[in-house]
Design a protein around this ligand. Structure first.
Ligand code: NDP
Length: 243
């Protein structure tokens, strides 16, 4: 609980996209939210001002920075009740042309970064016998996606990691679940040219991309007590893309 009596949430990659929508949703739910970011200082400061949250530069590939973020969160807000890992990058290329750096960057951020953030927070949650963790995977991690072998491998890894975690911590009153979005309208998709975007949009039964707010609503539900018996689940949010 924070000094103001609010439960505390941490969100990695909270400065933009889905992470920013999660920061807004959890703030509206009554959480005191501490969010990490890598470079988008201005967006982070604006979001902190808007939500009353705490923004801390914390690259998930840097365990020391993540440790400092957690310590600042605990000392300024209190012990962490909910953790959402949204930090992620893509470096798309067919396997035959993919460089070791493109492979490594994605694995370090999207998979190692999840461990780096979860490990110390989960340790505290077990001690306090309460908590909820939501990791962001992707349909690419469930089904695989061409040109995204690095991302698909990392996001599959996130699912395995979260399922194992759920089995470890359930007995301590801590839950861990995965959200696997399909095509969501954020900077990640905006980088694509319009003809490719149109083709993708047409492949969704609902004929539109999802919004970051729709994903945040699912995350908000999962961390809440309404989802008290959901543990180790992978929830797809795709507009029917994978049916
Ligand atoms: P965006 O590109 O919009 O935002 C990415 C966020 O991650 C930013 O806040 C960015 O910080 C942060 N970030 C990136 N690298 C690091 C790092 N090394 N350390 C700390 N923070 C970092 O992505 P989305 O919101 O679209 O994606 C959020 C999550 O959802 C990701 O894990 C993504 O893989 C997943 N997802 C997204 C889908 C989509 O269609 N958009 C579909 C399926 C899954 P900064 O702003 O400082 O750069």
């Amino acid at each position: 609980m924070s000094a103001a009596g609010k439960p505390v949430a941490m969100v990695s990659g909270g400065s933009r996209g889905i992470g920013a929508a999660v920061v807004r949703a959890l703030s509206a739910d009554g959480f005191a939210v501490s969010f990490g970011y890598r470079g988008a200082e201005e967006a982070a400061a604006e979001l902190a001002a808007e939500t009353g949250g705490l923004a801390v530069r914390a690259d998930v590939t840097d365990p020391e920075a993540v440790g400092a973020w957690l310590e600042r969160t605990k000392s300024e807000l209190g012990s962490v009740r909910a953790l959402v890992t949204s930090a992620g990058i893509t470096r798309d290329r067919p396997v035959a042309l993919m460089s070791a750096a493109e492979w490594g960057d994605v694995l370090r951020t999207d998979l190692d970064g999840v461990f780096t953030v979860c490990q110390p927070v989960v340790f505290d949650m077990i001690k306090r016998k309460a908590g909820s963790v939501v990791t962001l995977s992707s349909v690419s991690g469930v089904y695989g996606n061409p040109t995204q072998a690095n991302y698909s491998a990392a996001k599959s890894g996130v699912i395995g990691f979260t399922k194992a975690l759920a089995k470890e911590v359930g007995r301590y009153g801590v839950r861990a679940n995965v959200v696997a979005p399909g095509l969501i309208e954020t900077d990640m998709l905006a980088e694509m040219a319009e003809p490719a975007r149109e083709k993708l949009r047409a492949s969704v039964p609902m004929r539109r991309f999802g919004t970051a707010e729709e994903v945040a609503d699912l995350v908000s539900f999962l961390v809440s007590d309404k989802a008290g018996y959901i543990n180790g689940s992978v929830l797809e949010i795709t507009g029917g893309l994978t049916v």
